[in-house]
Design a binder for this molecule. Sequence first.
Ligand code: TRH
Length: 377
Amino acid sequence: MRVTWDIFCSVVDNYGDIGVTWRLARQLAAEHGLDVRLWVDDLAAFVRVCPSADVQLAEQLQQGVSVRHWSADWQPVTPAAVVIEAFACTLPPAYVAALASTAPPVLWLNLEYLSAEDWVAGCHGLPSPQGNGVQKFFFFPGFVEGTGGVLRETNLLARRDSFQQDPTAQQAFLHGLGVHPAPGARLISLFAYENTGLDEWLQMLADGSQACHLLVPEGRVLADVQRWLGLSSLRVGAIDVRGALTVQILPFVSQDDYDRLLWCCDFNAVRGEDSFVRAQWAGRPLLWHIYAQAEGAHWDKLEAFLGLYLQGLSPLAQAALSDFWRAWNAGQGMAASWQALQLHWPEVAEHAERWAAQQAARHDLAAGLVQFYLNWL
Ligand code: TRH
């Protein structure tokens, strides 16, 4: 009999919550033969990352996953063998009550946010005592031994490599999106939050000697791009040229197509959690626009990641890359730091490939979850 897993996702904002849980659900079903129900309280957000889904359906099968609308009017169900609450979302009280009376016992996991901070390994796998006697544990993703790893499908890097080595496949993919870069143009993707300092970076690209094609998926950064372009509106499909820079607005595509987009680009600006990890797997230089937290807590996270990621780069390349990331996240000084980064580009590009290969040598998050369950049994 197939083991059942329930994953609960409450969409707080944006697409990271659903992005991570949808990716995880798909992988557990496809690679581990599990019966997965993904409970999501915002189907509109789900449809953005899975465009074939229907926002109206309370229940639908998508890529081997039973996707359920987690409505306020919760109807009792028999709990699965393993339940994951993503990012400490609050499970329906009736579901929690049912957990206590389920035999054999259910494994309850809180899948936490990704962080490279030191304390993560010490907290990964710790129990979280519950009043009802159910066993609940913290599961922390991470980049180092002792953490839960990050999401990576089997053969992801092999698929990436064959795509990156196939100019025809890349061209066909880009043409499908209406993207026709000039020969030799540098391709950059920009999926970021609002940033008032963006102007100076865009201006630098426009004034540069190298042709640059900037692909901007629709989203929060669009208003800043529009302001710099001096336009009154900016819609999907728009293409505008300023000096050496071509700016093109793309539609939001499926997660798999977004991967392909990252694989095509020479540089990817990403944000949040899931696109950040996918840009690492692309093996290309990247920028992380981190999700800002109260009291600047995100700066510790940013520095912790830089502390790991920069290892192996020369001191000058380290300084150039970290200056650019810090400038971007502070919203100022992007032009100067970008210029400095150009001096170390080949080294930074090679490093991005190496980092992806190093991380891929570790166990992936889905496999880690399955192993955690097997150890717990
Ligand atoms: O959208 P994000 O900013 O999401 C989050 C949430 O805000 C969350 O509350 C917060 O805690 C977290 O960030 C840190 O960024 P993220 O995580 O990169 O999620 C975006 C998802 O959208 C990711 O799964 C990739 C996907 N995506 C597509 O499927 N198609 C696209 O065209 C694009 C641009 C993204």
